[in-house]
Design a protein around this ligand. Sequence first.
Ligand code: AMP
Ligand code: FE
Ligand code: FE
Ligand code: ZN
Length: 283
Amino acid sequence: MPADLHLHSTASDGTLSPEEIVAEAAALGLTTIAITDHDTMDGINSALIAGKKHNVKVIPGIEINTEWKGLEVHILGYYPDMFHPQFADMLLTLQAARRERVIKTIEKLQRNGIDIDISDILAEAGGRCLGRPHIARALIKKGYASTQREAFELYIGPEAPAYVPRFKLSPEQAISIIIQAGGVPILAHPGVLARDDIIYYLLKHGLMGVEVFHPDHNARQIQIYLKIARKLDLLITGGSDCHGPRGKKRGLMGKVRLSTRYVEELNSAIKNNPTIMLPECKL
Ligand code: AMP
Ligand code: FE
Ligand code: FE
Ligand code: ZN
């Protein structure tokens, strides 16, 4: 009875709608999934409704990109109340910052002779939450790049001419707001970060778990993070970080199959939190 607790939909930079994700999860035999879009929970309600139809449990989630010592740190939040005022306000701030960043990037691209405007980006985005992958897809459509990776390398990645830095919270701020909204904060793919001291640091700020199972973690890293999680009494989660199919490349859903016992431990942590609204209440 496996689970996948890290999935992106068209509400952020994934290519499958929440309904398509749930249908694919059911076909793959997944019994529980979490939608963890970047900076938005706009995909959650459709996923919950589709989950009822396909008999897949859907955990509402979020992934927030933060910055710590100049490094990208991604914080996952499970079960935050998306209507919590401070939490909802934070999401709107992050989404507005994303839109501003896209506009600045477009201006830079235009100054570099690229024929692109905001309508091209909006045509690629399924929701309010814009990101560089949408710009990359528009560049590909217009023939300026052949893959997303190439679009990042040539135009919008950190070394490229149209790069614009983004507004970021600190991981401590993201953890605090997720907890305030009754959610469970988890450090995403720590192996990608390769700074394990951050786990000890964030523990003091309320971190409740680590994403041990992730396609970018090798067998050795999985063992290391299992050991750290057990030593520090942290929750253990995992997911494929699937963004859906891209061009000829299949999506990663099903690549990580998390044992249900970890989902039960996550759910127990929530049951001990009296502020939480379980997803059923939101329908
Ligand atoms: P943004 O949130 O707008 O900064 O875009 C970040 C997203 O772009 C990540 O979540 C990845 O999905 C994707 N991404 C980041 N770097 C690259 C890269 N070098 N090649 C392809 N996709 C990337
Ligand atoms: Fe992404
Ligand atoms: Fe991430
Ligand atoms: Zn992700």
